[in-house]
Design a protein around this ligand. Structure first.
Ligand code: KG4
Ligand code: ZN
Length: 337
């Protein structure tokens, strides 16, 4: 039996998880509430909170998994991309623990881990994608279409040239005065609104790439003009605004994803990352799957946003290949793949 401890500390969630081969035994996440009053993640506060959370979170993850740290086969941790100060906390902790236990450490790329979350066995008996498949990775920091040839061989075939899809949700929400993170707020409000009431322009970007910064600007100017006529415009139209913004983001995402399936001839399609929790996007993928004959893979909610179970499963695949890290590595802020 292989037991991997996964550690995730790339942004504002401190998480630890234990897996037994591919089966998740525990997945503990400490959210950092401190950032919400600032309307976004404050890096210095995030790294301090990670320092406070990491030991208790690992302790609870081991207890819930009903194993002792001596049973661990390896410690996997997020090396990047993310906030350097936050990553340093997880990286240093993983290094020290592995040294103390005389077990290997495994470095994991956060974005690959979001994709490999599809292989976590949570007892639900759902199908895994088979290789190659396409994954639309949509998070707060990244938007990518990835051709996944194996757990260790992935190719980015499209990516955003500016903001990520999650940022588009969060910035639109901020403009409308909603709380941070705005993605889940817009999702909830959109369910009560009509997506056809307001029209926002879609970018024309070549190839399989994305752009979301223009959408943010057009929402800003549109609302500025409307507020001049009516102080309560946002409040009175919040449902339809949310639904219209959400459907624009989803249409932008789906257009390029559909193009990617045609270009590559691959019809197994997965989504991953925090924005894959969005109910409108989940419905759109299922609908497009039925219309186009794709086999679609939608992650369980608990594995969409940042969590350590995805780090542990990515670590497990590397463990099988004896792909271990050295004690002298340092985190990276930007993705290397
Ligand atoms: O993957 P993630 O937890 O962290 C990063 O790696 O960035 O993604 C966080 C992002 C945030 O932008 C958040 O607003 C968005 O995922 N998000 C959502 C939903 N849940 C989380 N966006 C839209 N609808 C949701 N239900
Ligand atoms: Zn993430």
């Amino acid at each position: 039996m292989t037991y991997i401890l996964g550690i995730e500390s790339s942004c504002d969630d401190t998480s630890a998880a234990v897996i037994q081969n591919t089966r998740v035994l525990s997945n503990i996440i400490a959210n950092q509430k401190v950032h919400s009053i600032y309307g976004g993640v404050v890096p210095e506060l995030a790294s301090r909170a990670h320092q406070q959370n990491i030991i208790p979170v690992v302790d609870v993850a081991l207890k819930e998994a009903k194993i002792t740290k001596k049973q661990l086969s390896a410690v996997a941790f997020t090396r990047g991309p993310g906030l350097l100060g936050s990553l340093l906390v997880g990286t240093s902790f993983a290094k020290s623990l592995s040294m103390a236990l005389h077990v290997p450490i495994i470095e994991v790329d956060h974005l690959k881990a979001h994709i490999l979350a599809h292989f976590i066995d949570d007892g639900s008996n759902s199908d895994n994608p088979s290789f190659p498949f396409l994954c639309l990775t949509v998070s707060g920091g990244h938007t990518q279409i990835v051709k996944v040839k194996s757990p260790s061989d992935m190719e980015i075939i499209g990516a955003t040239i500016d903001d990520a899809a999650g940022e588009a949700f969060d910035k639109a929400a901020k403009i409308m005065g909603l709380s941070y993170p705005g993605g889940p707020e817009i999702d909830k409000l959109a369910n009560k609104g009509n997506p056809d009431v307001f029209n926002f322009p879609k970018p024309r970007i070549p190839e399989l790439n994305y752009s979301f910064s223009g959408l943010k600007t057009s929402i800003l100017y549109f609302l500025r003009d409307k507020l001049k006529e009516d102080d309560h415009f946002i409040k009175n139209n919040i449902y339809d605004l949310s639904a219209s913004i959400q459907s624009t983001i989803i249409e932008i995402l789906m257009d390029k994803l559909t193009k990617a399936t045609i270009q590559t001839g691959i019809s197994q399609i997965a989504i991953a990352g925090g924005v894959s929790a969005n109910s409108g996007l989940r419905d759109a993928i299922v609908k497009a799957g039925i219309e186009n004959g794709w086999k679609t893979f939608i992650p369980p909610f608990k594995f969409t946003t940042d969590n350590a179970a995805m780090i542990a499963i990515a670590g497990y695949f590397k463990y099988l290949n004896n792909d271990f890290a050295s004690q002298d590595l340092t985190p990276y802020a930007r993705s290397k793949f």
